[in-house]
Design a binder for this molecule. Structure first.
Ligand code: ATP
Ligand code: MG
Ligand code: FE
Length: 333
């Protein structure tokens, strides 16, 4: 089974070729970070335009690097949603065109399903499992009884973890995207400031990060008014410690509640060193097998989309040409 994956949900134009659901023959990513950085965030119209300019070449590059042609493909998988509608449409249109012209099965993939399958590219996922999904737009605990079946155990009630990282980075004057910057700074100091942890109701597997974000912003504001200076690394380390403690604790609660012994860390924030270390240590303690994607597969890529798409393809779950980009696509149907 050889599947071409296409991902254009946000600001990376990406294409990849995956064999047998897990062997990465190619993984091409064209990031638009440089274009959006000067605006401090992704500008949707600019992103769509960039995708249009790059998509054809990126797909060709993915095929070339994998040393395959369109004739070798079993299917085309594409991120159907969620994401920016204009950006998604570029990938979906490209996938439909290939599917139509070559008679290839078309498979629409949920972006977050893709993030979970990133871990599958290094170690085959074993079910049932719990996935902690932490990205720019999502913070969720997902139960998966088998391939491509998802049940939600908890979700953020306000900001996503990555969003909180990016916003706190912005008030610290760090460049976009701020997550990696906070991560880097946090390694230089101890978490000496006691920022709040949002546990919510005692049995809740939901998250909330807006209170923490406000606490950091207020702290900086008060220090400014008092004419006090601060150590950015201490702020970063303390903020990160608060996020990581809650994420790790709730992930372990989800594991216990469902009785699984496999935990997947997924999404852009899974690149965070503090989170990777804390979760790995905790899983070792509790005898849970952990799956963490390598750094280059944590953020958006098409290899993860092709991997998730392969298993939908094997189940015969194809999309028709009426398939549309779904900016608010739900993971749990
Ligand atoms: P979604 O996947 O929810 O649609 P997205 O695709 O924009 O959102 P990703 O590309 O998966 O998000 O992840 C990007 C997010 O990950 C950004 O918020 C970024 O700051 C964060 N991030 C990346 N690396 C790190 C890191 N080392 N530490 C913390 N956050 C990080
Ligand atoms: Mg991105
Ligand atoms: Fe993503």
């Amino acid at each position: 089974t050889i599947v071409l994956g296409i991902e254009t949900s946000c600001d990376e134009t990406a294409a990849a070729v995956i064999a047998d659901g897990h062997r990465m023959l190619s993984n091409v990513i064209s990031s638009q970070m440089d274009v959006h950085r000067r605006f401090g965030g992704v500008v949707p119209e600019v992103a769509s335009r960039r995708h249009v300019e790059r998509i054809t070449d990126i797909i060709q590059e993915a095929l070339d690097q994998a040393d395959v042609t369109l004739d070798d493909l079993s299917a085309v998988a594409v991120t159907q949603g969620p994401g920016l509608v204009g950006a998604l449409l570029i990938g979906v249109s490209a996938a439909k065109a290939l599917s139509f012209s070559r008679g290839l099965p078309l498979v629409g993939v949920h972006h977050i399903a893709g993030h979970i399958y990133a871990a599958h590219l290094v170690k085959p996922l074993k079910f049932p499992l719990v996935a902690l999904v932490v990205s720019g737009g999502h913070t969720e605990l997902i139960y998966m009884p088998e391939h491509n079946r998802f049940e939600r155990l908890g979700r953020t009630r306000d900001d996503a973890a990555g969003e909180a990282f990016d916003k706190v980075a912005r008030v610290l004057g760090l460049p976009y995207p701020g997550g990696p910057e906070i991560d880097r700074l946090a390694q230089k100091a101890s978490p000496v400031i006691d920022y709040p942890r949002a546990w919510l109701e005692p049995d809740s597997l939901d998250f909330s990060f807006s209170g923490l974000k406000s606490a950091v912003i207020n702290d900086l504001h008060n220090r400014k008014q008092r004419g006090e200076s601060w150590e950015p690394a201490e702020i970063a380390a303390s903020f990160q410690a608060s996020v990581v403690e809650v994420l790790v604790e709730k992930a372990m609660r989800a594991v216990k509640k469902t009785g699984v012994s496999h935990l997947v860390l997924a999404g852009g924030v899974s690149a965070n060193q503090g989170l990777r270390q804390a979760l790995t240590a905790r899983c070792e303690q509790e005898g849970i097998e952990i799956y963490i994607p390598p750094l280059q597969l944590c953020t958006d890529n098409a290899a993860m989309i092709a991997a998730a798409g392969t298993y939908k393809y094997l189940e015969g779950r194809f999309s028709g040409f009426d398939m549309n980009a779904e900016p608010n696509m739900p993971l749990v149907e």
